[in-house]
Design a protein around this ligand. Structure first.
Ligand code: OGA
Ligand code: MN
Length: 234
């Protein structure tokens, strides 16, 4: 098996952040002036300043309800038997991920393959070569992902992930400035896409349940499975 990408990520340690919350919609009606896209974005994007939101604009996207409940169960049924054989890993202090088990999958059933085709079309530039196996990550309710940047050696410009079973918060922080931040609300059955600077110059993390808030609203974190597609470096 290829080395898991999560073990070759770069980890960044920092203290937790408490900052004002902004989104496109909440500040001086700017969302209304900026049009319907901003209003839609405010449902899943907020951050510590307008500047930081501008910096990631066009490089982060969350498509809510990208898959149906039926499609979510189809994926779950396909990955659960393999995951169930493994134990959640909790105690490796140097892991980027706490409370997880994972697998990779190359071959998928018909319904899952068609979902993944939709993910590829939505997320990746046409013709961009993809990393063959799809990464499936199962986070326990107590699990979380620490700030890290995915391996630049093994993965390319774009990371796209489906979220199953639970809502969660993905936080992005500029690698060189740990006071600014951007939060993405990854709702259950959504697809997120990170590309370019948002993927290379920002760390990303999945918050633990106790820190899981979006625009001040509690977002309970249950067990969560993500299905992550990546492209190859050019
Ligand atoms: C990773 C990662 C995010 C997710 O495995 O490198 O950042 O959605 N996962 O699970
Ligand atoms: Mn990652």
């Amino acid at each position: 098996m290829t080395p898991p990408l999560i073990r070759v990520v770069k980890q960044v340690q920092r203290k937790s952040l408490q900052c004002p919350v902004l989104n496109w919609f909440s500040t001086d009606n700017s969302a209304l002036r900026k049009g319907p896209d901003c209003k839609e974005e405010s449902k899943w994007l907020c951050g510590s300043s307008q500047e930081i939101l501008s910096a990631v604009r066009g490089q982060v996207k969350v498509k809510q309800n990208f898959i149906s409940e039926e499609e979510e169960s189809a994926i779950f049924k396909e990955v659960e038997p393999g995951l169930r054989k493994k134990r959640y890993e909790f105690d490796h202090w140097d892991d980027a991920i706490h409370g997880y088990r994972e697998t990779e999958r190359l071959q998928w059933g018909v319904m899952c393959e068609s979902i993944l085709r939709r993910v590829r079309v939505a997320a990746f530039p046409e013709g961009s070569p993809l990393l063959g196996p799809i990464h499936v990550l199962d986070l326990d309710k107590e699990g979380y992902i620490k700030p890290h940047i995915d391996s630049v050696k093994f993965c390319g410009s774009t990371i796209a992930g489906l979220s199953l079973l639970s809502d969660s918060i993905m936080r992005l922080v500029p690698e060189n400035n740990s006071t600014d931040w951007v939060d993405l609300l990854l709702s259950r059955r959504s697809l997120y896409i990170l590309r370019d600077d948002a993927r290379f110059k920002f760390t990303h993390e999945i918050l633990k349940d106790e820190d899981s808030f979006f625009s001040g609203h509690k977002i309970p974190r249950h067990r969560r499975i993500s299905v992550i597609c990546r492209n190859l470096p050019v």
